[in-house]
Write a protein that binds this ligand. Sequence first.
Ligand code: ZN
Length: 339
Amino acid sequence: MKDRLEQIKEEVRKQVEAAGTLDKLNEVRVNALGKKGALTEVLKGMKNVAAEERPKIGQMVNDTRTEIEAMLEETKKKMESAIREAKMKEEVIDVTLPARKNQVGHRHPNTIALEEVERIFVGMGYEVVEGPEVENDYYNFEALNIPRNHPTRDEQDTFYISEDIVLRTQTSPVQVREMEKGKLPIRMIAPGRVFRSDEVDATHSPSFHQIEGLVIDKNITFADLKGTLAEFARELFGEETKVKFRPHHFPFTEPSAEVDVTCFKCGGKGCRFCKGSGWIEILGCGMVHPRVLQMSGIDPKEYSGFAFGVGLERIALLKYEIDDMRLLYENDVRFLKQF
Ligand SMILES: [Zn+2]
């Protein structure tokens, strides 16, 4: 009996050594210790053993079982740790490899210019207000003193959604909506996208951006308008910048003016950039028309105000000396990266 047990142990040892995988090792365990295993067979043969011999044989079988279990367990641990090690080697990170470059996005020149303009006006106590891009005809035209028969309402200039709904052609409707609220005084700028049915070329696009400003309070005069825009021009283009007001006509302001600034390239002497004149046109402005105030429920005898509008693209093109507006919309990363 003892020999048989030694034989079983030896057989198991050989099988364990030959088992290359955890699955094979488990097979060996079942063969040796399972219900139909070699050791169980030995126990079944116990009934043929003399009664006084049984405890001794039983002890021997148990010892063998324990030894085989220990052997299996030890081999299993060795296998598992070998597997772990192999996995670690496979997943090892080489910290000396150069890092993958992180592609960080870039602000669009329009956005940079807008933030600059907002910074200047917020610094002067203005509020930034936004409004809808799809607008009622009333807010886009009527309330701004642009009646039905006005030439700017020609369908060639305006995208009509329906007879009464348009894609806003200016951000002025935001001002009307603000005036209607009746909270005075008002000091606001309204930046945003506007739409005109223009052909695309170096200076035109059917969709572009405006920043309009509005101030309404008691005793606001043209001097306030001049001072404000002169300060704006100095902040945007440099301390030496001068402004020039040329009489103009807009339906929603009276009097109205167009504003030029001294060329920031040549300081006003005249160069290629300003086409020799020394001046660059930047915006339109004027005193809010009494009719516009009245239509929004503001008494023009008590209140007065000024308004101005500047093209955001115009500022971006000037500031970054870009000669073609289309570049701003093509979103070529190689172009945008330069700003
Ligand atoms: Zn110049």
